[in-house]
Each structure stands twice: as C-alpha cells, then as structure tokens.
Write a protein that binds this ligand. Structure first.
Ligand code: MEV
Length: 425
C-alpha cells in the first residue's frame, strides 16, 4: 500500500466513464498497456485463456470498478472490484467513507499457514499409528520442506504435523495435518505436493494405506481480521439519527447472530465485497467462499462472520474475522493481465497486505448492507441501478439506458415489458 494514494475521490461515480481511469492514473501511474488492459477490457487473450482451462471456446467479461474512500492501517487504497451486481461498489465506498470518519479500518492477518490433510486407513491400532506419526514429526516436516527449497529460503515451509483419530461411517481413520507456511502464494499447489510427497512415508510409518492428500479450504490458521469504529454522528442521514442507525445495525447483527437463515444472507453480503476483490486479483474465490462458510459454522451452528456493537460512548464497532487464503504470486494472479493491473492498483507488496484489504472490504460491504436494511431498506438504493440493467436487457443503448431507467423509476414500473414499450416509442 502506498502512502501517496488519496482514496477520497468525492463524486468519482459522477465522472464520465472515459475520465475515471485518468483520475486513477494520477495516483497510480499505469503503463499504456496496463491502461489499455483496464480501459478497453483487453485483459485476457483467447490464446492465454486456452492455456488456463480446458475446452476453451471464448471469454466472459464482467465490470471492474474502483471502490473509493478506503483507509486501511493508516493508508489509503483504491480497491478494484469485479462484480456483476449493482450497488455493491457504491455500498463499499459509502461504508468506507463512514469508517474513515473514525480513522479507517484496522486489519491484521495470521502467518500464511495452510493445512494439508492426508487420510490413512486400514490401521489395526489407530491410536498407536497416531503416536508413530508424531514420533516422526521432524522427519515428515523435512520431507515436506524438500518439495520447495525456495519457499523454505523465503521463510516458508512446514510448521507443524498434527494427527487426528476420526470416527467415520467406514470405521476409524487417522487424518494427518501438515501446517505449511506458503508465504505469498494461495498455497494449494505447494501444500498438495507436500502432502502427496509425505503420503507414502506416512503409510510405511503407520502400516496403513494413504488415500486422499489435499489441502483444506478451512484455512483457520490463516485468518484475517478487520475492525472499524464509526462515530455515532457519522451514521446520521436523512431523517435517521446516528443513534437510530447504530441501534438498527446492532439489531441486524443480533438477528443474524441468532438465526442461520439470516446469517447466510448477512454473510453473503460480506462475500459480495470479498469475492469481488478476490476475483479482480485472480484469486480462487471458491476457496475463500468455502472457507468462510465453514468458519461461520465452526462452533456447530452457522452464524455471522462479523459483529456489530456500540462501545461505551455510543460509537459503533464492527469486526470481521475469516480464513483468507489469498496469493499475490502463482495461479492466475500473475497470468491474467487484468489481475496484474488490479494488484498494481492495490499497491500491495505481499499476500498479507492483500488479505488485510479484502477483509476490510468485507466488513465495509456488510456495514453498507445492514445500514440500508435497518433504515430505508435495500431496494431504494438498488432500484436506479437495477432499472439500468433492465433497460439494457430490453435493448437500450447509450443515452437511452439512463432515459428508459429514469422513466421506469418515475412510473414505479421497473419491468422489462415496460422498458421495451418505452424503447419502441
Ligand atoms: C445482496 O447481494 C446482499 C444483501 O442481501 C446482504 C444482507 O442482506 O445483509 C443485501
């Protein structure tokens, strides 16, 4: 993150499309090529895409927007977000502005330690096998470290070996966990290779058979946390006092903390922000999603990932904690040209800084959603953007999009048939 960026770009959303990127470039100079990648959507070529996945026949584009107002650990950051849903980027920017009034987000991460699992079956004495594994801990860690000496030189590598006896419908099994510091990678490849390398040794140590060797997406040794304090007066808007808004947000949190039906949607709102930055930076958003929801159910009941409470002075305090297996090297992060530009915009020097931004965006997104829900409702802010999408779906182009959208809002009839009839006129 750079100290020079000013993310407080008032009225950014009102600027003509063509000038927005110029304003960003005044803060983070991009090469002509990088600007073209963003501005003309010339990110991934079909040729590059065909080397990423199989049976490629085309490309699929999504909007990339910049969330403004973010201040994280004392530094401003402009946040690229890739998402098809209206209101998300506006919501994140608005919430970041509220949090900014209290000094911005404080965020931190654990060491980037991923967990790999090796499944051992056919053991005559599972408890004795467990003792055997732990007695060979150092030898096993050495085996894992031999997989990637460069990672070890950079300070990564094996941190621990644990072994769990698991009762399953197919009898007891021994599940060995490798804790592996993957530094700035998401880590799936490093961990999976290390586990596969350890599997034969584990089979011979225990006398059992090794089956699955794979990382877990419940990366609970690699958590990221964000915290925000919003002064009560900053929450006031329209006819709502700061106290009313804060009370509404606390009630929204209490509802979600007690009810899995609500918690699922509450957390979906968090993931709107998290996924959008994860996707922009070429990271594996399915891994982040899986880890988040498993973490939300870690105590045996699905609940909220965030908390919202007032402190003794009436200020609103929000926290968010979840697993954050993100990389700034490896995978698509360096292969996808748009992901590379997104990382440049974020100006992060390592995966931990990226995780601190992403968890802060998640908290902001959650604040935006429950603030709206607890006050004027979600549809008001959503409707004008939704109307534009309906207008486009009906075939509106250029200035007609805005005109048709506004006419539908004025008539309180945001429907594709009405948009079509407006267009035919
Ligand atoms: C919509 O994408 C997200 C929300 O449903 C989140 C929430 O209900 O907290 C608005």
């Amino acid at each position: 993150m750079s100290a020079n960026v000013n993310s407080r770009l008032a009225g950014f959303y009102k600027l003509p499309l063509e000038t927005r990127l110029d304003l960003i470039q005044q803060q983070i100079p991009l090469s002509d090529e990088e600007a073209r990648v963003l501005g003309e959507g010339l990110g991934l070529s079909l040729e590059q895409a065909s080397h990423m996945t199989e049976n490629t026949v085309g490309l699929y584009a999504l909007p990339l927007g910049i969330a403004t107002n973010f201040r994280i650990n004392g530094k401003d950051v402009l946040v690229p977000m890739v998402i098809e849903e209206p209101s998300v980027i506006a919501g994140a920017s608005l919430a970041a502005k509220l949090v900014r009034a209290g000094g911005g987000f404080e965020a931190e991460t654990d060491d980037p330690v991923m967990i790999g699992q090796i499944q051992l079956v056919g053991l005559s004495n599972v408890a004795a096998a467990r003792d055997q594994v732990l007695a060979h801990r150092d030898k096993l860690m050495l085996l894992a470290n031999n997989v990637d000496p460069i990672l070890v030189r950079l300070g990564g590598g094996a941190r621990d070996i644990q072994a769990r006896v698991l009762e399953t419908p197919k009898g007891p099994m021994l599940i060995v966990h490798l804790h592996f510091d993957v530094r700035d990678a998401m880590g799936a490849n490093a961990v999976n290779t290390a586990c596969e390398r350890m599997a034969p040794a584990l089979a011979s140590i225990t006398g059992g058979q090794a089956y699955l060797s794979i990382l877990t997406n419940l990366a609970d040794q690699r958590l990221a946390r964000a915290r925000a304090i919003i002064p009560e007066e900053a929450l006031a808007f329209g006819d709502f006092s700061g106290e009313q808004v804060a009370e509404g947000i606390e009630l929204a949190w209490a509802f979600a903390s007690a009810d899995p039906y609500r918690a699922t949607t509450h957390n979906k709102g968090i993931m709107n922000g998290i996924d959008a930055v994860t996707l922009a930076t070429g990271n594996d958003w399915r891994a982040i999603e899986a880890g988040a929801h498993a973490y939300a159910a870690r105590e045996g009941r699905y609940t909220t990932l965030s908390t919202w409470r007032r402190d003794g002075t009436g200020n609103l305090v929000g926290t968010l904690e979840l697993p954050m297996a993100l990389g700034t090297i490896g995978g698509a992060t360096r292969v996808h040209p748009t992901a590379r530009v997104a990382l440049k915009l974020l100006n992060v020097s390592n995966a931990r800084e990226l995780a601190e931004i992403v968890v802060s965006v998640g908290l902001a997104q959650n604040l935006a959603a429950i603030r709206a829900l607890a006050t004027e409702g979600i549809q008001k802010g959503h409707m004008s953007l939704h109307a534009r999408q309906v207008a486009m779906a009906a075939g509106a182009k250029g200035q007609d999009i805005e005109r048709v959208a506004q006419a539908m809002i004025d008539k309180d009839a945001i429907r594709i048939d009405y948009a079509e009839s407006l267009l035919s006129k």
